[in-house]
Design a binder for this molecule. Structure first.
Ligand code: 21W
Length: 246
């Protein structure tokens, strides 16, 4: 998969994509991340990329011309048609379902706004969809783009090893994760739950599922409502609830 990022901060975006699972995916050529800086396409001597907002008011707006030129160069850099996403507070909330859909595409571009945003006419002609990463105020689209690159990059075939894939599956079945422990078995902060040391893998699976169900019920009950529970899960959650109120 190829991801093109249009951003005033290319070094930041390259760094985000260079570490961990996503960095390794790039090394393995499972993923290619390229950056395009609108400032390189500004034609005036001051390399201007922003302009005063029409109608007055605070803040600046990203100009059409440098973005149009950068997007043109981006599109022409590879043959595949590209799905263009504008990261924006006005966008649809990013979900794992959307991530899984994006991860299947051959090529996407991530347009990152700064200042008060981008001239609406550029968006109308160049952007396929707008995405937000949450209802809080950031200083630009780059952190949103980094989130998309990470979530989509790790889903590329071969990016995760088997253990990581299993961990990935835990959330994608719509539950929060269970608690995790490593050595020492006994510590001033407490003990590792005995079941995890028992070698009884059926009991360990049940314990982890019960903990995941219980934590989801306690912390994010709305996630449970979206998910039909099988008989075993209903029983384990009931057990967790009884113990919780005991
Ligand atoms: O570019 C992003 N933010 C920059 C930004 C933030 C605030 C304003 C000011 N808007 C004035 C206003 N809003 C409502 C009423 N009046 C403009 C631009 C961004 C991309 S994805 C994302 N996801 C979550 N949060 C984010 O901020 C982002």
């Amino acid at each position: 998969m190829r991801i093109d990022v249009v951003t005033l901060f290319p070094d930041f975006m390259r760094q985000c994509a260079a570490v961990g699972v996503v960095g390794r995916a790039q090394q393995r050529e499972l993923l290619q991340v390229e950056t395009w800086n609108p400032r390189d396409y500004a034609t005036d001597n001051y390399r201007t990329v922003d302009g005063r907002t029409c109608g007055g008011g605070p803040g600046m707006v990203m100009l059409i011309e440098p973005l149009r030129a950068a997007l043109k160069a981006m599109r022409e850099a590879a043959p595949e048609p590209v799905h263009v996403i504008y990261l924006s507070p006005q966008g649809a909330r990013l979900t794992q379902g959307k991530v899984e859909a994006l991860a299947k595409l051959p090529r996407i571009a991530l347009l990152c706004g700064r200042y008060e945003g981008v001239d609406e006419r550029l968006l109308a002609h160049e952007v396929d969809e707008e995405l937000s990463i949450g209802d809080y105020v950031l200083s630009g689209g780059e952190l949103g783009a980094a989130v998309v690159i990470d979530a989509v990059g790790r889903l590329q075939d071969g990016a995760l090893n088997d253990a990581q894939s299993a961990e990935q599956d835990s959330f994608s079945n719509g539950l929060l994760d269970c608690p995790h422990y490593a050595k020492p078995v006994s510590d001033a902060y407490g003990e590792v739950p005995a079941v995890l040391l028992s070698g009884d893998h059926a009991a360990i699976r049940r314990w982890r599922l019960k903990q995941a169900l219980g934590r989801t019920w306690l912390r994010r009950p709305e996630l449970l409502a979206q998910r039909a529970l099988d008989a075993e899960s209903r029983a384990l959650l009931e057990e967790f609830r009884r113990e919780h109120f005991a």
